[in-house]
Design a protein around this ligand. Sequence first.
Ligand SMILES: [Zn+2]
Ligand SMILES: [Zn+2]
Length: 134
Amino acid sequence: MTEKHQGSCLCGSVKFELSGDFQSFFLCHCTRCQKDTGSAHAANLFARGSTLTWLQGESDVNTYNYPNSLHAKSFCQKCGSALPTRAESIDSIVVPAGSLDSSVPMTPTAKIFVGSCASWSMNLSNIPSYDKLP
Ligand SMILES: [Zn+2]
Ligand SMILES: [Zn+2]
């Protein structure tokens, strides 16, 4: 049975539904993903042969394709939130885990491009953790 997954952007303008199953979930530490997320890594789920439907706000969705690469990022042009991207070369929809409102149905498959890890993100298991802003 094909699963359905729902998601949206931070400002709520864009809502989407994905019909299909995720095969993999990669935490990508490459330098492009550091730039495009502003963080240590991207967290993307891959759904081959799936169908992406924009339920609302499709006109607010913009896609940036990094020249001469497969790196692409879709985002809401009102709030900048990451949104799913069609990766035609691999017949897959790439879904940023944080864009999903429905539960993420799997744990990460692997970290990739770890040779490019930001130096500050290497040893995080020993830093203090708080439930709220301290
Ligand atoms: Zn938005
Ligand atoms: Zn990357």
